[in-house]
Ligand binder design. Structure first.
Ligand code: FES
Length: 110
């Protein structure tokens, strides 16, 4: 297993180049929380169940590395605020070697 590099822009527009482990069964929302890139209570509100959209991110470089959206993710994004064509739910993006180099920006808190 190896670590991967991610570029995450926080809600203030600051870019963070971070390293995330692929062997801890984490998802992108949990990585954002562990690096405290969003205020506590404003991300991961539903615990990663695709039911709150507080973990919404806009995907930049590397979008082709992501798995297709699942039904629950698609349903949540269809009713969330601030959704763009490149929106995804961070809690539905597993940290794996496939997404090394991914760039995302955290969407506004809903
Ligand atoms: Fe609630 Fe991702 S943490 S939808």
């Amino acid at each position: 297993m190896q670590d991967i590099n991610l570029k995450i822009t926080d809600r203030n527009g600051d870019l963070h180049e971070i390293v995330a482990p692929t062997d801890m069964s984490m998802n992108l929302m949990e990585v954002i929380r562990s690096y405290e890139l969003a205020d506590e209570g404003t991300i991961g509100v539903c615990g990663g169940m695709a039911m709150c959209a507080s973990c919404q991110v806009y995907v930049g470089e590397g979008v082709e590395k992501l798995r297709e959206m699942g039904d629950e993710e698609e349903a949540m994004l269809s009713e969330a605020f601030y959704v763009q064509d490149n929106s995804r739910l961070g809690c539905q993006i597993p940290i794996s070697v496939e997404i090394d180099g991914l760039e995302v920006a955290i969407a506004p808190y809903p």
